[in-house]
Design a protein around this ligand. Structure first.
Ligand SMILES: *[C@@H]1O[C@H](CO)[C@@H](O)[C@H](O)[C@H]1NC(C)=O
Length: 341
């Protein structure tokens, strides 16, 4: 009863702030109108906003195949969101920790681990830097992941978050969900140097999902099988205790693609042209080149198929349900190798 008045004012301020956030998410149903509205003010010239060119309805003839496919993807995402999500949730700034901001080029990138995110972070360090870096690949991978080298949207006050969400080019890169999952498993559990993951997750997975574990395995957690990893993922306790680690958390939960209206959904399977398209839209193609690594990003369906061979149909089905939204929202078809029917 000390200071009810002050308490109420404070509460009202908080509620008001979140309300702004809700308004933003509910108001955007027509991205074309939105982007034509901000086109000129953003560039300060009467130049056509590249996004306007990409998404305005009367430009069909001029659209390149690449632009058409980006647009198709976004429309599919929007429709899938409408049919899949019933309830609207309010985002809090904490939900925006994966959204990296480039104020210089009005860009927002939602990073998804195991989908070329190191290279995107490097590119964004070049773009946001003061000219210290010019070659993305000259930036060591670990430096790209240092928190604080790049700003995230969650660091800004709510009004500034909304302003950026409204006017910036927002993009995300996704990958076939099980390819990504197998990549995360191989990287975190089959490499001897990843001792932090072995200790943090491996020991727990072995304790819970292995009958008669050796004391050494319990202590080191360095020999988790894919089967055990899958059991851990679908165990109800796992998500009750804490959010999934970002390396295997679903894009749907990391980037909120039904609440944040991404302008471009890039795919790992078409990384190079999609990355070029994003940089062109940002007007940054002359500033930096997206690193083209030697290794192919083509989907190696055989790899995932090999890992899933030892997973029973029961667990395959549970796992598919866990990642179902990522399959649906990003138009990935159910893998042929699954035995869930
Ligand atoms: C969705 O996937 C199917 C099958 O791979 C493909 O033919 C279609 O073009 C895709 N749709 C969009 C909008 O990308």
């Amino acid at each position: 009863m000390g200071m009810p008045g002050l308490g109420r004012v404070f509460l009202a301020t908080c509620v008001g702030s979140f309300f702004v956030l809700v308004l933003y998410f509910q108001s955007i149903t027509k991205p074309v109108a939105l982007h034509s509205a901000i086109g000129d003010s953003r560039l300060g010239k009467s130049r056509r906003n590249p996004l306007q060119t990409l998404y305005s309805g009367d430009q069909h003839a001029e659209l390149s195949a690449a632009q058409r496919s980006l647009r198709g993807r976004r429309e599919l995402l929007e429709e899938a969101c409408l049919s899949q999500t019933r309830k609207r949730r309010v985002l809090s700034p904490d939900d925006l920790r994966h959204l990296i901001v480039d104020d210089k080029h009005s860009l927002i990138y939602c990073y998804v681990p195991k989908v070329a995110c190191t290279n995107w972070k490097r590119v964004l360090m070049v773009l946001t830097g003061d000219g210290r870096h010019s070659d993305p690949l000259a930036i060591p991978a670990n430096e790209a992941h240092v928190a604080g080298n790049l700003r995230t949207l969650s660091e800004f006050p709510v009004a500034e978050i909304n302003q950026r969400l409204r006017s910036y080019l927002k993009f995300v890169f996704v990958r076939e969900p099980f390819e990504r999952l197998v990549s995360a498993y191989r990287n975190k559990f089959t490499r001897s140097y990843n001792t932090a993951f072995h200790k943090r997750y491996g020991t727990k997975i072995i304790r819970r999902h292995r009958a008669d574990p050796r004391p050494e395995a319990l202590q080191k957690g360095d020999d988790v099988s894919f089967q055990e990893f899958v059991r851990y993922l679908v165990d109800p306790r796992t998500q009750r205790e804490e959010p999934l680690n970002e390396h295997w958390e679903r894009v749907h939960s990391l980037c909120h693609p039904c609440l944040i209206h991404y302008d471009v959904v890039g795919k790992y399977e078409t990384l190079e042209p999609d990355a070029r398209a994003v940089l062109a839209l940002a007007g940054a193609e002359g500033l930096v080149r997206f690193p083209t690594s030697g290794k192919s990003t083509r989907t190696d369906g055989d790899m995932a198929a090999r890992f899933f061979k030892n997973i029973s149909p029961f667990y395959q089905k549970k796992l598919f349900n866990l990642y179902r939204m990522d399959f649906l929202l990003f138009n990935y078809s159910t893998p042929e190798y699954l035995r869930t029917r």
